[in-house]
Design a protein around this ligand. Structure first.
Ligand code: ATP
Ligand code: MG
Length: 370
């Protein structure tokens, strides 16, 4: 049914064996099942244990010494463990249920080790609410698919459908996750989802909203190849109403933000996030250096900005002088130091400062514009 490479298959066999020995069930789940069913390369490996994941990986590491199992970290409260097995990162989670006391807040976790069907109820879309139980029969790996919401049907229809009508109210970041899947895989929200999203955006409940979760979800969205489209989509479809009423960031920055990440060597997600949440603190288009500005003036305009702010300034104003500053001016120093001037007989601090500034200006202004 499913085909994995030899390495992953031998790890899954060992996981299935360990589960069998412990008398519990292990599944792979979420995006991984979705990607396998879609026939695309899997991104991350998430194993779900119907029981305690920490207990599982500890017994697994003790018993399967033929595998190189490194337990990187455990999270006691959620009973999860991050591992690296034969060089492959594999996350283990315990089945759990989640409650949302307020719209948009971080969920309250309960019933760790619950039946897998209960765990699937907390998930975002039907396409991500499928589990595949790892079974060993005569040393052959087999999979039992658990798909209570017909996620496989929705994968075929390329449809994003939440599991219950309160889902976007519980966690509006699911709208952002849906946009990610839409842009990555060509999925579309079901008609019912479109209605629920529009209703939510008409009166979003921001009181208990976890802005950290919003930022984390956006970070993922802006790390990928569709950052520009995601940014525009969020503005054009007023998705930003999830966290604000009047966005200060503008759709026309999309291209320059994307370019700025490359030019200024800034992680793409950081500059898009900065544009969304912090652009008002920066200068605006009027900060552009006017034509005829000397190199020294350009230098002084930009010298106090952190590189990410410089990049954002460029993205907002499209001022090519910001690029010129970054590439040619920012590391320029006078050829001599204060100590050299002291040796030359300068005694007064102010005179030394003035002379160094004059030398810097001379050197900066001698650099040709390209
Ligand atoms: P990707 O290919 O981007 O990793 P993914 O679906 O695996 O996609 P993850 O962020 O890795 O996304 O999450 C793993 C699984 O956890 C999801 O498939 C989904 O079942 C569940 N999940 C993640 N975030 C949420 C959320 N906000 N609400 C409900 N379920 C979620
Ligand atoms: Mg994933």
């Amino acid at each position: 049914m499913f085909k994995f490479n030899k390495e992953i298959e031998s790890i899954f066999k060992a996981v299935a064996q360990n589960a069998c020995d412990m008398g519990i069930s292990a599944y792979f789940v979420g995006g991984m099942v979705r990607d396998v069913l879609m026939g695309i390369e899997i991104k991350d490996i998430d194993i779900l244990i119907e029981g305690s994941a920490i207990d599982f990986v500890q017994k697994f590491a003790d018993k399967f010494t033929n595998l190189d199992i490194v337990i990187k970290s455990v999270h006691e409260a959620f009973d999860t463990a991050k591992t690296v097995i034969n060089g492959i990162e594999i996350d283990f989670a315990s089945t759990r249920e989640e409650d949302y006391p307020f719209s948009g807040c971080l969920p309250v976790v309960k019933n760790i080790g619950c039946p897998v069907e209960e765990d699937l109820k907390r998930r975002d879309f039907t396409v991500n609410a499928i589990a595949a139980k790892l079974c060993l029969q005569n040393d052959e790996l087999n999979y039992e698919i658990i798909d209570p919401y017909n996620g496989n049907g929705d994968i075929k229809q390329k449809t994003l459908r939440i599991l219950h009508n309160k889902s976007y109210i519980d966690d509006p970041t699911r709208i952002l996750r849906g946009i990610d899947f839409m842009l990555r895989f060509g999925f579309d929200f079901s008609d019912g989802d479109k209605t629920l999203i529009n209703e939510y955006l008409k009166s979003p409940d921001r009181e208990g909203l976890s802005l950290d979760r919003v930022k984390l979800t956006l970070k993922k969205l802006f790390s990928g190849a569709n950052a520009k489209d995601a940014y525009k989509y969020i503005l054009e479809n007023k998705i930003c109403k999830i966290w604000c009423d009047k966005p200060l960031f503008k759709a026309e920055w999309a291209d320059t933000l994307f370019d700025a990440a490359k030019i200024f060597d800034i992680p793409q997600d950081e500059i898009f996030l900065k544009a969304i949440f912090e652009s008002s603190a920066l200068q605006n288009e009027s900060a552009k250096c006017p034509v005829g500005t000397s190199n020294f003036e350009i230098y002084n305009t930009y010298k106090n900005l952190k590189i990410i702010d410089l990049a954002l300034q460029y993205a907002i104003s499209n001022d090519k002088n910001a690029v010129f500053y970054y590439e040619k001016l920012k590391d320029i120093k006078p050829d001599i130091t204060g100590a050299d001037l002291l040796k030359q007989g300068y005694t007064e601090g102010k005179a030394i400062g003035d002379e160094l500034s004059r030398l810097l200006k001379e050197k900066l202004n001698s650099i040709p514009r390209s």
